[in-house]
Each structure stands twice: as structure tokens, then as C-alpha cells.
Ligand binder design. Structure first.
Ligand code: AOF
Ligand code: ZN
Length: 343
């Protein structure tokens, strides 16, 4: 059974970067032990995974088993309820990893299937499935974007040396970093990072470009020609000097909680914050996970990634290491701060 759900999860991941703020969902239909059809949710507003799998089938689905990593929907959204189609196609068994946290569904999809005589099992590969859809779960239940922080630093936690130089502390993180830019809907940096590095903030390993968010409270970048203002992607500025930004999409919020509320209202479900120290520190308490790249260097003095926060040894640190990976002579940690679901 697990191998079919694993395939559903693998298919779901193909929607990465394209379905937000909807969930990543894959579906596999099995009959007499053989896979007879598959499908996944490809793009926001398109057909759901289950519908695609059912439509892709070349044979009768009567008596077959459906594997899907999220509970089938039973509401009319951009598309009609998947439960109707599942019942109509005479599928007799459904394996689901997790219930849909969307209050419009949340258990009601399972009830409808059961009432129609379909055998339903919930919980297969639950941990993998809730981790995969952590952004969706947070966004729809907490009504605020999922926040990830990304930092490249020395072993002693510095993001630049004592002369302010930061290029390049680590050099083996290209692929992971650009996968993150594809995974999260938006990427955020402060004005100083733009002034110093003139980054493009695009995804350059095959994914789509994230929405670029620039925090420029004082309007230092207004009217200037930085790469973040090119037409490769949408750029959103937060500034108390929006009038200096004629034409650009600009909002006046400056506090992290207000910025996140604005992003929620813009339907932006997740943001990857890439620095610098002041932005990372301001958003630390609002963050859900950290992506930390370490180079075997020790500076002793410089700018600490989180120099704007102050925590003490007696405080609770709910940080859990999710992944450790060696990258040649460097290493990468994925650290989870908040769990949505079970993983
Ligand atoms: C998806 N893809 O494969 C599944 C989803 O507006 P709609 O019609 O696209 O409905 C979106 C909701 O449908 C979403 O919030 C979730 O509750 C449910 N399931 N959504 O985009 C899918 N299975
Ligand atoms: Zn559906």
C-alpha cells in the first residue's frame, strides 16, 4: 500500500511552485494490484489530482482503489466536488494520507464517501503528507503565510566579516537554495541587501521565479535601477515612502505582523526570507523553519545572522533538526520551529 501512496506524493511534488495557495496533491488508481491511472494537481485553478487520475484512466474504475495524499474535496470551488466523481466512477476503496484542513472539507469528504459505501482509510504516510503540505495547512488554518528563513554563515554564525564583506561565505548551496526559491511563493530581502549585492532573486535551476518582496522602509531604492525591479518577476515593496515609488506595487506596512497580514490578503501563502541580519531578526519570532548553510570558516568578529534578537539559555527552544546534509566541505541544516500537522 505504501508504495502507491509514495507515488502519489511524488506526483504531488510535480506541482511545486505552481499550485499555491492550493495544496500539492497526487493520486494513483490501482486495480488487481496494478496501477491503472495517475494524476496530480498541476496548476492553481486547474483540475484536482483525483479528477485528473480518473479522467486519465483508459479502463473501467469499478472496484478499484484510489490513493490520494489529501482528503478529496466535497465543495464547489473553482472545480466541482471530487467526491461526486469518485462515487460516480464506482471506485470501491480510498486511501487518504491526511484530512483536508480546509474547513469547507475537513472530514466531510470522508463522510460522504463512506455514506456511499466506499471503504475509506485515513493516515497512510501521514507524516510525509503533512510535511509536504505544511504551507497549505498553516495558510488555511492560521490565516497567515508560512515563513522560512535562509542563511549562509560561518561556523560561528557570521554572515559577513568585520569589513562587511559577505561574498561568498558558502559556495555549494546553489541547488538547494534555488529549489527553495521554487518551493516558496515569495522571497524577501531588506533594502541593504539590494544596495550591497544587487541580487536578481530569481530561480535559476529550472523552477519558476518567486514573487520578490523588498523591505525599503525609508525609500532608499526608489527610482533606482536595481535587478529586483526588472520584469523577470512581480516585485512588491514595503515602504513608508510609497509616494517615492510611483508605479511600483508598494504598501505602507513596516511591522512584521502587518507585512504578513498584507501578504495574506494578497493570497501569498509562503515567504522565504534571505536577509540580511535586521530582516532575519525582525521575522525570527514569526518564522516556521530555517535553512542554514555553514562554511568551515571562523571570523570571530563580523555581523551575526541574528544580531537583532536576544534570547537566553533558560528560554524554551523548540527547534528540531529535520535534515542534515553534507555539501562537500560545507553543510546544510533544515530546522523546524513550528509543526502544522504531524511530522
Ligand atoms: C487543489 N488540488 O488536487 C485537491 C484540492 O478552488 P478549487 O476548486 O481548486 O478548490 C481548492 C480546494 O480543494 C483546496 O483548498 C482543498 O481544500 C481542496 N483540494 N485542491 O487545489 C487538489 N485535492
Ligand atoms: Zn477536489
Amino acid at each position: 500500500m505504501e508504495k502507491f501512496m509514495k507515488l502519489a506524493l511524488k506526483l504531488a511534488k510535480k506541482g511545486t511552485g505552481r499550485v499555491s495557495p492550493n495544496p500539492l496533491v497526487g493520486a494513483v488508481i490501482v486495480k488487481d494490484g496494478k496501477i491503472i491511472s495517475t494524476g496530480y494537481h498541476k496548476r492553481y485553478g486547474d483540475f484536482h489530482a483525483e479528477r485528473n487520475a480518473i479522467l486519465n484512466a483508459k479502463t473501467s474504475l469499478e472496484g478499484s482503489t484510489l490513493f490520494v495524499n489529501l482528503e478529496p474535496c466535497c465543495h464547489h470551488g473553482k472545480t466541482p466536488p471530487c467526491t461526486d466523481l469518485i462515487i460516480k466512477s464506482k471506485i470501491s476503496q480510498v486511501f487518504i494520507s491526511i484530512l483536508d484542513p480546509n474547513p469547507l472539507v475537513n472530514g466531510k469528504g470522508v463522510d460522504i464517501l463512506r455514506k456511499n459505501g466506499i471503504e475509506v482509510h485515513v493516515g497512510l504516510l501521514e507524516k510525509e503528507a503533512s510535511y509536504l503540505n505544511r504551507v497549505f495547512i498553516k495558510f488555511i488554518t492560521k490565516k497567515t503565510p508560512y515563513v522560512a528563513l535562509k542563511v549562509a554563515m560561518t561556523l560561528d554564525g557570521f554572515i559577513c566579516d568585520n569589513l562587511g564583506k559577505s561574498k561568498w561565505i558558502t559556495k555549494n548551496n546553489f541547488n538547494i537554495s534555488h529549489n527553495l526559491r521554487n518551493f516558496f511563493t515569495a522571497i524577501m530581502v531588506g533594502a541593504n541587501t539590494v544596495l550591497k549585492d544587487n541580487p536578481q532573486l530569481t530561480c535559476r535551476n529550472g523552477g519558476r521565479n518567486p514573487i520578490r518582496i523588498i523591505l525599503d522602509y525609508e525609500g532608499k531604492l526608489a527610482g533606482k535601477n536595481f535587478s529586483v525591479f526588472d520584469d523577470q518577476s512581480r516585485t512588491i515593496v514595503f515602504s513608508s515612502r510609497c509616494e517615492k515609488y510611483n508605479g511600483a506595487e508598494c504598501y505602507p506596512e513596516t511591522r512584521p505582523e502587518d507585512i504578513l497580514e498584507r501578504l495574506y490578503s494578497l493570497n501569498i501563502d509562503s515567504v522565504l526570507i534571505e536577509g540580511g541580519a535586521s530582516v532575519l531578526s525582525q521575522f525570527y519570532d514569526f518564522s516556521d523553519e530555517l535553512h542554514l548553510f555553514y562554511a568551515p570558516k571562523i571570523f570571530g568578529k563580523g555581523l551575526s545572522a541574528f544580531s537583532g534578537i536576544e534570547k537566553y539559555i533558560d528560554e524554551e527552544f523548540d527547534l528540531k533538526i529535520k535534515k542534515i546534509r553534507r555539501l562537500k566541505n560545507e553543510f546544510y541544516l533544515e530546522v523546524i520551529k513550528n509543526v502544522y500537522g504531524n511530522y
